[in-house]
Ligand binder design. Structure first.
Ligand SMILES: Nc1nc2c(ncn2[C@@H]2O[C@H](COP(=O)(O)OP(=O)(O)OP(=O)(O)O)[C@@H](O)[C@H]2O)c(=O)[nH]1
Ligand SMILES: [Zn+2]
Length: 196
């Protein structure tokens, strides 16, 4: 099981990872010594360190300062936040837009922090459903709002570039907490706001 030390592990294991990539290139019938590939193992190790940096990030640290909520409890939505993640089944990218909404109770959060929270979980091996749930649950736990609603649109390269090859297909996943769980009207308001 990978843990929050994962990113450090990637850095520590860089030369071993590079060796594995060279070996993989050979197994795939390539010559890892040819000019175009000579730097590839090091690039791949660096790319993984970046694509998987979420393991070394703490969601609560990224969410940072809480501010007191001064107004009536109204819906706050940040929509169209782009994310990029790696499918844990094929180690291929999936990506798209996230829409995150919540109804504050005592506290609100800096708007940019919602994008940061998204990256903490997106920069890991994921399935889209878990990614969606983790965002909703951690925001709920951090500022205890009346409720959280998250929608993720995802285009999966494992479905486009190979296998079923359904280019352009999009998966939409939802996660909700608190008042969004059973209030049809609130869920509709959220969906109208994000244009679905
Ligand atoms: N639920 C869910 N499934 C995913 C996600 N990402 C990829 N998958 C699916 O994971 C499944 C893995 O199925 P398997 O039959 O074990 O693997 P496979 O033979 O490569 O499957 P195909 O992609 O259908 O060729 C596929 O149906 C993928 O489309 C995700 O985020 N959520
Ligand atoms: Zn996949």
């Amino acid at each position: 099981m990978l843990d929050v030390k994962q990113n450090n592990i990637i850095v520590q294991n860089k030369s071993e990872i590079e060796k594995c990539i060279r070996h993989l290139l050979s197994l795939l019938g390539e010559d890892p010594q040819r000019e175009g590939l000579i730097e590839t193992p090091a690039r791949v190790a660096r790319a993984y360190a970046e694509l998987l940096k979420g393991y070394s990030m703490d969601p609560w640290e990224e969410l940072g300062t809480k501010f007191p909520s001064e107004s009536q409890s109204e819906l706050v939505i940040v929509k169209d936040i782009y994310y990029y993640s790696l499918c844990e089944h094929h180690m291929l990218p999936f990506f798209g837009k996230a829409h995150i909404g919540y109804i504050p109770q005592e506290n609100i959060i800096g708007l940019s922090k919602l994008g940061r929270l998204l990256d903490v979980f997106a920069r890991r091996f994921q399935v889209q459903e878990r990614l969606t749930n983790q965002i909703a649950e951690s925001l709920q736990n951090y500022i205890n709002p009346l409720g959280v609603m998250v929608a993720l649109e995802g285009e999966h390269m494992c479905m486009c570039s190979r296998g079923v090859k359904k280019i352009g297909s999009k998966t939409i996943t939802y996660a909700s907490t608190g008042c969004f769980e059973d209030d049809r009207g609130l869920r509709d308001e959220f969906q109208r706001a994000i244009g679905q």
